[in-house]
Design a protein around this ligand. Structure first.
Ligand SMILES: Nc1nc2c(ncn2[C@@H]2O[C@H](COP(=O)(O)OP(=O)(O)OP(=O)(O)O)[C@@H](O)[C@H]2O)c(=O)[nH]1
Length: 367
């Protein structure tokens, strides 16, 4: 998965295209009003065909707005407006507009195409615009070309349009660069705010949010979920005998084991110190106990080591399902009580007990 496919990027992209759509709606409205206005001006100067042609462009702009209002398709909205504006500007440069001022509208194009498309597509469209202008300027005899422009005008037109295009390209490129850097920074902060630095798992704040989301989902849909509160056994001894760095290494290795056991939809978090919490969506008590038991036996089997020394790591855990509680606080309290009873019963075990656990944990180390 690339960083551009993460939820954060997708949300930012969605916000940006929603903004572009809004601007396009206002631009379309402004275009309609402008076309009405300059059409009326042409009419008052007795340029009837020109007035009708300008008013004729109102139809596709209005149709594009209506299409978007019904289907909310932003790509069609963008393409529709770009195509209409392209034809309008081609008409203006070919007809000369009022007093040969039609080509002046071309200056709207560079900022508009870079705003609506990306740098590559924008540049391609601008090259097409140049091609249209060159054809109109070089072949005044063509049937659709009614205007003739002086050499001086053509030269200055291309020079100024080129200058404007390059300027818009550079501005857009630096805007995109700044926007991506800002987005990266925001995502890094967002990730840091949700992640435990040592283990890379979710932190307490993140899992509390997810628990409350899962609880709301349960209230809406009735989908059960469970939690597993895990504590590494006699962890103080690990720190005391092998050093704090060995303890840290064991916590990291434990996080890797947890992630290899849980499903992708489950969430593992460092609850604090040497305590961890699992959130298991769509899981009732028995499957949650089975998963906790599998994790316990994986941890007991895993070879935890630090700088060549083996670390004796086992876990105890308390499990609770939403069917046994009426709130998140209550679930956490019950899981904590079960964890306490697992410790009391000799550690390296899961509570509440299921029959199959008894055989597995007969040889569990005592406190
Ligand atoms: N290395 C390391 N140790 C930690 C970290 N967080 C908490 N601890 C240690 O974990 C130990 C927890 O010890 P206790 O709460 O006494 O419990 P325990 O020794 O695990 O005994 P039981 O829970 O009864 O099995 C303490 O010594 C903490 O200093 C950490 O991030 N790194």
């Amino acid at each position: 998965m690339t960083k551009y496919s993460t939820l954060g990027y997708q949300a930012a992209q969605e916000r940006e295209s929603a903004q572009i759509s809004l601007v396009l709606t206002w631009l379309s409205l402004a275009a309609i009003l402008t076309l009405i206005g300059i059409g009326a001006k042409a009419w008052s100067s007795a340029h009837y065909s020109h007035a009708f042609a300008l008013w004729g462009f109102i139809l596709p702009v209005a149709a594009n707005m209506a299409w978007f209002a019904i289907y909310r398709n932003r790509d069609v909205q963008k393409t529709g407006l770009l195509v209409t504006v392209s034809f309008l500007f081609t008409y203006l440069i070919a007809s000369g507009g009022e007093s040969n001022t039609g080509p002046l509208w071309f200056y709207v194009f560079p900022p508009l195409v870079f705003f609506l498309t990306n740098l590559k597509t924008g540049t391609l469209i601008l090259l097409l615009v140049y091609l249209v202008a060159i054809i109109v300027f070089q072949f005044p005899g063509l049937p659709f070309v009614q205007a003739e422009y002086s050499s001086d005008f053509k030269l200055r037109f291309f020079a100024t349009l080129t200058f404007e295009s390059i300027f818009c390209f550079v501005l857009e490129a630096s805007r995109l660069k700044a926007r991506n850097e800002l987005l990266d920074l925001a995502l890094t902060h967002e990730h840091a705010a949700k992640t435990d630095e040592l283990t890379g798992l979710s932190n307490r704040r993140d899992i509390l949010n997810r628990l409350s989301e899962e609880f709301s989902r349960y209230q809406r849909t009735g989908h059960h979920f469970s939690i597993v509160l895990i504590d590494l056994d006699l962890f103080k001894n690990i720190n005391d005998h092998y050093g704090h760095s060995a303890g840290d290494a064991a916590l990291k290795q434990f996080a890797i084991v947890v992630q290899s056991v849980i499903r992708q939809t489950d969430v593992a978090a460092r609850w604090g110190g040497e305590e961890f919490l699992l959130l298991l969506p769509d899981t009732s008590l028995i499957p949650a106990l089975t998963l906790a038991e599998r994790l316990r036996s994986e941890v007991a089997r895993e070879n935890f080591s630090f700088q060549g020394q083996d670390l004796p790591i086992t876990i105890s855990a308390g499990v609770c399902s939403i069917s046994q509680a009426d709130s998140i606080d209550n679930m956490l309290r019950q899981a904590d009580l079960h964890l306490y009873s697992a410790k009391e019963a000799g550690r390296n075990r899961i509570a509440p007990r299921v029959r199959s656990q008894a055989a597995d944990t007969q040889n569990a180390p005592s406190a």
